[in-house]
Design a protein around this ligand. Structure first.
Ligand SMILES: Nc1ncnc2c1ncn2[C@@H]1O[C@H](COP(=O)(O)OP(=O)(O)O)[C@@H](O)[C@H]1O
Ligand SMILES: [Mg+2]
Length: 274
């Protein structure tokens, strides 16, 4: 697994009717990182995600997986390379049960029914959906539905999973539940990239965050560093922003992330209050 290459977006730009909404974005994601993409509505988060996942064609710029230039790869080709995008809008079949929602995807991927059943059972267990397997998707709570969506996207065996606003419309306790799930994905060396405008929930789970404003990256770094950035405070966080206990207590500092600033001190954060 250690040979998984980094995913890199280089100078991505996108315009609509002559107006640039993404103005040259550079992103590097290492295997097993949880990354936050934070910015106001309209900042360009979804557009960037979709260009990286191959759903939207950039005006210019490129996407690399290690040394491989995948800029011209279609979305299914990128999915095959391990890059999966989960949209903000719900993508489940409401009239199907949880298990059948999963089965519909599995049938595309695996020919052997026994293998499908095995994977189905494993994934339902991992996402805590076993007890809901026979419930219709329309009857799920917001958090349960989100879990089902993540469960389905794991069928594709992603290495880079882009989640567009996974915490939106979800209650606080369920957000904590989802954060736990994201950490288990990280343990499996899946990189999870989440977009959000809610700083506090995102900072709790990410190793690094990008603040995106008006189609450009303002600053990138670990939550603490971003929170202290005058520019991020002026343009996005607000001048009164302070970090309380929302620094990611699980943040690893494996030493393989080349893009970290030297300001980062390795090791655990100690300012957890309980
Ligand atoms: N298909 C489109 N046509 C024209 N403008 C668009 C289109 N899609 C997005 N935009 C504009 O691009 C900007 C960035 O949108 P988006 O990436 O969805 O932002 P975010 O996800 O950060 O809220 C917004 O101003 C939005 O109105
Ligand atoms: Mg969006």
């Amino acid at each position: 697994m250690s040979s998984m290459p980094a995913l890199q977006a280089k100078n991505l730009k996108k315009s609509y009717d002559g107006r640039f909404v993404v103005k040259g974005i550079n992103v590097t994601i290492e295997p097993g990182e949880i990354i936050g993409f934070l910015g106001r509505n309209g900042a360009g988060k979804t557009t960037t995600f979709q260009m990286i996942a191959g759903l939207l064609k950039p005006n210019s710029g490129s996407v690399y997986l290690g040394d491989k230039n995948i800029t011209r790869f279609s979305a299914p080709q990128r999915a095959h390379e391990g890059i999966t995008y989960l949209p903000q809008e719900s993508s489940v079949f409401l009239n199907a049960t949880v298990k059948n929602n999963l089965r519909l995807i599995l049938e595309f991927q695996y020919a052997d029914p026994e293998e499908r059943e095995k994977i189905s059972r494993r994934l339902l267990k991992e996402l805590g959906l076993e007890d809901l397997a026979h419930q219709k998707a329309y009857s799920l709570s917001g958090g349960e539905r989100r879990r089902l969506e993540i469960c389905r996207s794991l069928v594709l065996d992603p290495k880079y999973l882009f989640l567009d606003e996974p915490f939106t419309g979800i209650d606080p306790l369920t957000i904590i539940e989802l954060q736990k799930i994201l950490r288990t994905l990280k343990e499996k060396k899946i990189s999870v990239i989440i977009s959000d405008h809610n700083v506090r929930d995102t900072f709790k789970v990410v190793d690094r965050a990008y603040i995106i404003d008006d189609g450009q990256i303002l600053i990138e770094g670990p939550p603490k560093q971003v929170a202290e950035s005058p520019l991020a405070r002026e343009k996005f966080l607000g001048k009164d922003f302070t970090l309380g206990d929302e620094i990611n207590p699980y943040s690893s500092s494996g030493g393989r992330r080349k893009t970290l600033s030297p300001k980062v001190s390795p090791g655990k954060k100690k300012n957890r209050k309980k």
